[in-house]
Design a protein around this ligand. Sequence first.
Ligand code: NAP
Length: 484
Amino acid sequence: MVSRVIPVDPFDLVIFGGTGDLARRKILPGLFRRFCSGQMPEEARITGAARSEMDDDAYRALVGEAIREFGGPRACDHGTLEAFLERVGYEQVDAMGEGGWSALKARMRPGCVRAFYFSVAPSLFGALAERLKGFGLADDDSRVVVEKPFGKDLASARALNLTLAQHFDETQIYRIDHYLGKETVQNLMAVRFGNVLFEPLWNAQFVDHIQITVAETVDVSGRGGYYDQSGAMRDMVQNHLMQLLCLIAMEPPARFEPDAVRDEKLKVIRALDPVDHHHIVRGQYAPDDNQPGYRAHVEDPRSRTESFVAMRCHISNWRWAGTPFYLRTGKMLRARTSEIAVVFKDAPHSIFGADAGRHRNVLAIRLQPNEGMTLDVTIKEPGPGGMRLVDVPLDMSFAEALGPEAEEVPDAYERLIMDVIRGNQTLFMRGDEVEAAWAWTDPIIEGWQTRGDVPKPYDAHSSGPEDALMLMHRDGRKWREIRT
Ligand code: NAP
């Protein structure tokens, strides 16, 4: 396959929080990989900005170290790394102060796309936006990129939206959800809307249920302070799982254009029924002989924050009426895996009799690891002995199907940053989407607080609490196994 990397326009990208964890692990290595792929034009400039005192050379050393650690195989190529670092600089700026802004402005060049990445705490977004405008750094074509968490409830998300709206138009605001930048997520849209095979079956008549699982093996140590205020519902469900749910459930947009796609996603969120608390299970990983539990990783030894949540929800519209969507996410689970499974209904009548067993088509979309899709189809078990049926997967691992280039697909961050430079908001959340998602999650969280709900303990490296298994079992269904 021939690579079709199209360079983006010349740009000035400022990363506020350019010395922080996210910048070092994701943003800068991602930019480096785009540089290696030839997508970054000669005139691209990247400026880190934070309060720490350092000059360009000291920052380049910091960036070089981060890229050697997180940048992939090309980071070993000294010449390539040096060429990238020539495009990198640093300015000492305090989001809350007045110093450094004029010097930062002096780095901006006419005729280049200006993008400002807010890789700092959300409490600084307002101050940054105000100063970007006040010091004349941002113009009407500039873009700002904001990180999650986008609020902690509807009221705070609305306040953040209002603050940003005082200084920027909605078309300039890029709210990142890195799940939307994953190759498979976009492939989900290609599979649904680029083929005639699936869309006619993509509804309550043919789909029995849909499962969305985002399982992690990590615990919350190291970020317990943040996580304990948030929990799985705010940290994962309100954003990542909701976005996946929207893409799987939405109507075909008229065009693959930002507002056409986002309008359809918004309709899905608005059609979600409130969730009955009997249909939600919260969990918290328990200590065992080998490791501490959740409460040892956070300050509050009696914390009731959930590190796991599973739920059944329903979308009240013509396409999905009566089809359950099961969502599940958690820390410290058996394996790290993210998957969407569309489980189709049984064939209306089996000509093979009861002995043939029950067989179902399942389309599984794997986001990580090994991005790809499998479609379980029923065939005859080979050999003599009558008509015995067996399910076999048609496996479309992107790496296998598309060759080495597929292994080099851009990671979510690098793709999304390039979309910012291109001015394409399709894979970014709109303000009204974020607010609608909070409007749906807030009553669930408030319900837990009002009832004094205590999360169910679950074993480390398990599939979550027993009650989560029962949630499916009661409906005569089964979660797919959590495995890599
Ligand atoms: P971090 O490691 O604590 O870094 C924070 C950065 O902000 C540092 O560069 C810090 O540098 C700078 N900073 C702090 N106060 C500042 C101020 N007043 N003016 C200018 N710069 C200031 O945080 P992070 O993990 O990179 O996270 C950054 C944002 O991304 C947060 O909103 C976080 O929720 C979000 N996020 C992070 C991750 C992740 O994997 N890390 C994932 C998703 C979302 P100085 O101290 O030198 O100023």
